[in-house]
Design a protein around this ligand. Structure first.
Ligand code: C2O
Ligand code: CU
Ligand code: CU
Length: 475
């Protein structure tokens, strides 16, 4: 009897040990070809040859794209059939944009995260009619950051983004160029736009406009990265920087690596964090960006690691070559100086509501109001510092009461979330902030340099389209 038990124990512990010692990531053979390689958006050509001026041209147009075998989906894209090229500029530069609308409906192009005068912001006021062009010019006055551009026409933003209109807008400055971080675009510095999509029986990206979708949002059952379903990136045994953008209409992701390894966040929406922040998972809501660095030096050639969310495998990395890593992550990266609370001359409160309880009336409001393009909701003084308190009181029975609040034209710092200091990776510049259920946050911001009318809204695009948007004017 004892011997039988002992034997059983030995078999069992052997089993447990084997489980433990198993390589925590999937092995793939060395020779395995990369299928579904991750597409890298091309850099948009600057057609101005002088040093400090850039001329860029993008055209919003229709296209078709095959997302999976047999699919011929109608899409929208900038200069191509889906998504757009990466616009890359430097601090101090003058940028002349030409945006052409080759769609058969109106559009606008908003530079999300850009510090720019109101008329150049590309919000719902700057309509580009079909066949027309818009030519804003602006100076790049802000620090290095990963921004993006996307349409913003009243009532159409959700559908136009869903069909493919979005692109990266990257700013460099002396700091970003001199730091020894991975910074070779497309090689060890990779833009990643994550977007969930649902294809109908005909393989089309059908955008739903019924009430239930505007309330709950447009969720997909497939995740595209840079326009490809579950792609693969071949990497060397070195550090890789990922500029992650949640470009989804509504879905929030909780990103982690399949072997539970840590990674490091180096930048948030508006630029570098002061210090790298070690993370095992990262929550990212629509509109937000996070630059992260994954160190693949501990892996062997042939290993494969997945970037995942609790519901989805998002993409994978296959280690396909041994390389010498010459990059480093310094302990001090950015130079974010805290805006003192005492600098604030005013405090405003904003209450986000998604009440309504499933009745036919859409009711997604900010301070009880639906968006009205003709109404200026708040007026702020140029040069002023203000504290904005954002409240998200969840009403019982709501199935979706999270709201990523985005403010145009400026970046803010988070003073507190529910009265507590923000997490380390939220101590940098932000332009979009996820408010969880029943959460409130205090933000501090300086309205410097520019005047004009700007939006603030929930970046769940169905909520924005349903009316959860308002405008402030800097005077
Ligand atoms: Cu990313 Cu008002 O937008
Ligand atoms: Cu924006
Ligand atoms: Cu919302």
């Amino acid at each position: 009897m004892v011997i039988v038990l002992l034997a059983m124990f030995l078999v069992f512990s052997e089993y447990v040990n084997r489980e433990k010692s198993q390589v925590p990531y999937d092995q793939v053979s060395n020779s395995e070809k990369i299928v579904r390689p991750l597409p890298i958006p091309p850099l948009l050509e600057d057609t101005n040859k002088s040093e400090n001026i850039s001329d860029f041209e993008i055209t919003a147009k229709r296209g078709t794209k095959s997302f999976f075998k047999g699919s011929q989906s109608s899409t929208l894209g900038y200069n191509g059939n889906f998504l757009g090229p990466t616009i890359r500029v430097q601090k101090g530069e003058r940028v002349n944009m030409r945006v052409n609308n080759a769609l058969d409906e109106s559009t606008t192009v908003h530079w999300h995260g850009l510090h720019v005068a109101g008329p150049g912001d590309g919000g719902p006021h700057q309509v580009i009619a079909p066949g027309k062009s818009w030519r804003p010019s602006f100076n790049i006055v802000q620090e290095a950051a990963t921004l993006w551009y996307h349409p913003h026409p009243k009532g159409l933003t959700g559908r136009q983004v869903y069909k493919g209109l979005a692109g990266f807008f990257i700013i460099d400055d002396d700091r970003s160029l001199n730091l020894n971080l991975p910074k070779e675009y497309g090689k060890n510095d990779i833009p990643l736009v994550i977007q969930d999509r649902r294809f109908n029986a005909n393989g089309q990206l059908e955008y739903e406009t019924s009430f239930i979708y505007s309330r709950n949002g447009m969720f997909g059952d497939k995740v595209l990265v840079n326009g490809k379903i579950n792609p693969t990136l071949g990497v060397g045994t070195a550090k890789i920087r990922l500029r992650v953008l949640n470009g989804s209409n509504t879905r929030i992701y909780n990103l982690s690596l399949s072997d539970r390894s840590t990674f490091v966040q180096i930048a948030s929406d508006g630029g570098f964090l002061n210090r790298p922040v070690k993370l095992r998972s990262l929550e990212i809501s629509p509109g937000e960006r996070a630059e992260i660095v994954i160190d693949f030096s501990k892996y062997s050639v042939g290993d494969s690691i997945r970037l995942k969310d609790p519901r989805f495998d998002i993409m994978q990395f296959i280690v396909n070559k041994r390389v010498q890593d010459k990059t480093t992550i310094p302990t001090r990266i950015g130079d974010v100086k805290k805006i003192p609370r005492s600098a604030a001359v005013r405090k405003r409160t904003f209450v986000l509501r998604s009440a309504g309880g499933g009745v036919a009336k859409q009711d997604l409001t900010i301070n009880g109001k639906l968006f009205d393009l003709k109404r200026i909701d708040e007026t702020v003084g140029r040069g002023d510092t203000e504290i904005w308190e954002i409240r998200n009181p969840s009403s019982p029975g709501e199935n979706l009461s999270l709201h990523p609040l985005h403010i145009h034209g400026i970046h803010f710092q988070i003073l507190s979330r529910n009265g507590r200091a923000p997490a380390e990776n939220e101590r940098g510049w932000k332009d979009t902030l996820l408010l969880h259920k029943a959460e409130n946050a205090k933000l501090i911001m300086r309205f410097e340099d520019f005047k004009g009318v700007y939006m603030y809204h929930c970046h769940m695009l169905e909520h924005e389209n349903a009316g959860m948007m308002a405008q402030f004017e800097i005077k």
